[in-house]
Each structure stands twice: as structure tokens, then as C-alpha cells.
Design a protein around this ligand. Structure first.
Ligand code: SAH
Length: 438
């Protein structure tokens, strides 16, 4: 069924139109004829048939891959993308009556993504690699993603050649034949060190030493090659089993003057340059002093913890992934930081224990995954009642849900959106909360 609509605002990347239409790809103030293709909660999901009035903010995407659903804001000029992100966060945070700062963007976002996961498949007897088309299991063959780090793009092309020459086939989900499911490449921003992880469906990796040699011949910046075995029938990329084929299983990068080891199972932000902007904002809001006891929940490889440790009395970082905690402990040693302690545990468990033991925290950083934190964590947090909370989030809707549980004791002072995921609707936020009785 066709409808005429006018774009009002962008919510989670989709344009909301009166009375209850959601139109991906439309920009506020644009008019279009759309077709209803489904339902999403209380809204009709629509597809654009024809744009009858285009926005000045509409541009021709720099990306040639039309069917790749990766960058859902590539049709919007970059400055407008940042403005829409600020608007989205302002609407989301309205009830907290807080000033939302302008989204901090990049001067040049090309090549800014330093973590690439390419899914492998076959098309007409040729190896292809890229990402799945939106809502499908069809791979879009991407050879030159402009947002990804160029060395990673070149490397993926070469890996396809090497697999072809060694007759290593991509895994086929339907037949269960073949070996390679994905290739994950992480590139250090300052060091340019490269990690290559090949995710395979089974353990046997024929010609793996020749594969490694050919990789190193192609790019000597490769510091480690890892095989990750994922034999499950799942859309989750990584399995639990690892085999290091070359190097130490990690690469080094640096952020704001500290060095970090990053191993393959550990989380590290995709856009290192903007991560520095994000952390600087978080540290500015924390305003730490040498008497402060700091807690860093969901600490990953200890990046925020170690940056905070330079300014505080003591930092405790908690993270659930074992390898990330190993990295964090090594990272403290490597940077000669002696007042940071790391624990592998569920953040809610650990904080709950601290609350029961009446332990003190002056400033708490929390940076949970997209699904946000949980009630147990918030309850323990309120019992400990640190003076300041810095909540970093890549899922602003779950962040708002969590903040609502805190505002009887805390004031939301400041929100700073940062553009870590350029060309997409995703946005990272840093939020400062202060205890109302301190
Ligand atoms: N602050 C870090 C990591 C943020 S990503 C950085 O900026 O790099 C979120 C982290 O939370 C991931 O490392 C993930 O492994 C961890 N995590 C997920 N669930 C958790 C839980 N229940 N308890 C502790 N850590 C968790």
C-alpha cells in the first residue's frame, strides 16, 4: 500500500513520519511516496518508492556498495549526520533536563574503522567476502570499504588470493563443507601492528604455515595470526577455541600516551582516534584527584582504568572476559602503573560484594555493552553511592533506561555524544552524574 509521508526526525536511524510510519533512508523534512512493508512495534515499516522533496543534507554516498546495510547514514552529509545524532540524544534525554553537547565528529572519517570482520563465501566458483545484506544471509562482496582501514582492505583481498591458491574454501552453512567462516583484522592506530584471526568451522587448517608465510610476505606489519575455531551452528562470529599460528596472540596500540596489548578475544573500540576523544571527555567529567578511589566497570583491557590511575589514588577494574583481564594486568605492568587492580567477574556480582562489605568508591566509570547494565548493578551502585558516575554507552536507549533508576539519587549533569561509528546511526555517549547529597 502506498502512502505520502514527510520526515519528522530520526530515531535509531529510521525516519519517523506522522502518524506512525518508520522510513529507513529518509531524512527529516523530506517528502516521499513510500510502501508499507511490515510492522515494527506500534509503527508501520516503510520502503521509499520515490522522494518527492529532497533535503539539502542528502548526498550521493561515497560508498559504491548499494546493498551493504553497514552504513545507514551514508546518504546524509557528515555535518548533518552529527547534528541528527545530537538531536536524537537530546530527545532521548529530554526527561533529565540536561544539556546535551554537540556530537564530536572527525575531520576525516575515511579509513577510521580499525576492526574489520569479513564473512567468507563462494559466488560463481569465486571466493567472496564482506558483510551480510540486511536481514539476509547473502554476502555482499566488499573489496574496498572506504570506512575501513586501507591496510585491512588490502589484506582481505590478498587473503582471498591466498585461500584460492591453497584451495582453502569458505565454509558453506547449508552443506557443512569448507573451512573459513570469517576473517577478523585489527590494526593498531599508532603502531600499525596488525592481527589476523581466521575463524574456521573445524580444527584442521591445511597448509596453515604456508598461509602464514604468504601473509607475512605480503604485509610485514602483521604481528600475530590466530585461528579461532567455531564449529557451532550460529551467527555469533567467534568460537571458544584458539590456536596461535604466529606471534604472541596480541598486538600493541597506544592511546593518550599509554601502551596497550590487545588480544583477539578482548574488546577494543573500533575507532581508536575517536576513542581518545571519548576517553578525554570521560576523564574531564571525572575530574579525579589523588585521593579518589575509582571503579571501572566493564573495563575491557583496562584502557579507562589505567588512564584514570594516573590521576587517582587507586583503581579497580572489573571485566567478564578472562583474556581481556589478562591483557589489563599486563597493560598495567607495561605502563608501570602500580595502583590499578583487575578482577575477572560479572560487574554486578563484584559491585554487590563491594556494597555488602561497605567499600568506598569516589568515582565510578561504567561502559557496559549495548544491552546496558542491570538492576543488581544499579542497586549496588546506589548503596555505595559514589560522588560521581561516568556512564559511557554505545546504546543510548538502554543507558536512558538505566539512568531512570538512578535519578532519585543522582543528577544527570552533562551528556557528550561522540561519533565513533561514522556513517551509521550509532552514537556513543558519555554522561556525567553527580550525587545530589554531595
Ligand atoms: N571500557 C572498555 C570496554 C567497553 S565494552 C573499553 O572502552 O574498551 C564492554 C565490556 O564489557 C566488554 O569488554 C565486555 O566483555 C564486558 N562485559 C560484558 N558483560 C559484562 C559483565 N556482566 N560484567 C563485566 N563485564 C562485562
Amino acid at each position: 500500500m502506498e502512502k505520502k509521508v514527510k520526515g519528522l526526525y530520526l530515531n535509531d536511524g529510521k525516519c519517523v513520519c506522522k502518524p506512525n510510519f518508520l522510513v529507513p533512508g529518509l531524512i527529516p523534512k523530506e517528502e516521499a511516496v513510500v510502501e508499507i512493508i511490515g510492522k515494527k512495534d506500534d509503527y508501520f515499516l516503510c520502503q521509499i518508492q520515490n522522494i518527492t522533496k529532497a533535503s539539502d543534507n542528502r548526498i550521493e554516498p561515497i560508498c559504491p556498495y548499494k546493498s551493504c546495510g553497514g552504513c545507514d547514514y551514508s546518504h546524509i552529509s557528515y555535518n548533518a549526520q552529527l547534528e541528527y545524532k545530537t538531536d536524537y540524544i537530546s530527545v532521548l534525554f529530554k526527561e533529565f533536563n540536561v544539556k546535551v553537547n554537540k556530537t564530536l565528529g572527525m575531520d576525516d572519517f575515511l579509513g577510521s574503522r580499525h576492526k574489520v570482520i569479513a564473512t567468507f563465501g563462494m559466488k560463481k566458483n569465486k571466493i567472496i567476502s564482506g558483510i551480510y545484506e540486511e536481514n539476509s544471509h547473502k554476502i555482499v562482496d566488499i573489496t574496498n570499504c572506504p570506512i575501513q582501514n586501507k591496510e585491512a582492505n588490502d589484506l582481505i583481498k590478498e587473503i582471498k588470493n591466498i585461500f584460492t591458491s591453497l584451495k582453502i574454501e569458505p565454509f558453506n552453512e547449508d552443506t557443512g563443507r569448507g573451512l573459513v567462516r570469517h576473517v577478523y583484522i585489527r590494526t593498531g592506530y599508532y603502531t600499525r601492528e596488525i592481527m589476523v584471526v581466521v575463524v574456521t568451522a573445524s580444527e584442521i587448517f591445511p597448509n596453515r604455515s604456508v598461509f602464514v608465510k604468504k601473509l607475512l610476505d605480503f604485509n610485514p606489519n602483521i604481528k600475530t595470526v590466530v585461528q579461532n575455531i567455531n564449529s557451532r551452528k550460529t551467527s555469533i562470529v567467534f568460537g571458544d577455541k584458539l590456536r596461535i599460528l604466529y606471534g604472541d596472540g596480541y598486538i600493541k596500540d597506544s592511546l593518550l600516551g599509554l601502551e596497550f596489548n590487545i588480544s583477539s578475544q578482548s574488546f577494543y573500540q573500533v575507532n581508536p582516534k575517536q576513542t581518545e576523544v571519548l576517553y578525554q571527555e570521560a576523564l574531564r567529567m571525572a575530574n579525579l584527584n589523588k585521593n579518589d578511589i575509582v571503579f571501572d566497570a566493564y573495563c575491557g583491557i583496562g584502557t579507562i582504568s589505567l588512564l584514570a590511575a594516573r590521576k587517582a589514588k587507586k583503581v579497580i577494574g572489573v571485566e567478564i572476559v578472562k583474556d581481556a583481564i589478562k591483557d589489563a594486568i599486563n597493560n598495567a605492568k607495561m605502563n608501570n602503573i602500580k595502583n590499578a587492580y583487575f578482577v575477572c567477574d560479572d560487574a554486578s556480582n563484584y559491585l554487590d560484594e563491594m556494597a555488602k562489605n561497605h567499600q568506598r568508591i569516589d568515582c565510578l566509570f561504567m561502559d557496559p555493552p549495548r544491552k546496558g547494565s542491570d538492576y543488581r548493578f544499579i542497586k549496588a551502585l546506589k548503596k555505595i553511592a559514589p560522588k560521581r558516575i561516568i556512564y559511557i554507552s554505545c546504546g543510548p536507549d538502554t543507558q536512558v533506561r538505566d539512568l531512570k533508576m538512578l535519578i532519585d539519587m543522582y543528577k544527570v549533569e552533562e551528556v557528550q555524544p561522540v561519533d565513533l561509528f561514522c556513517q551509521t546511526h550509532h552514537v556513543e555517549t558519555v554522561t556525567l552524574l553527580t550525587h545530589t547529597k554531595n
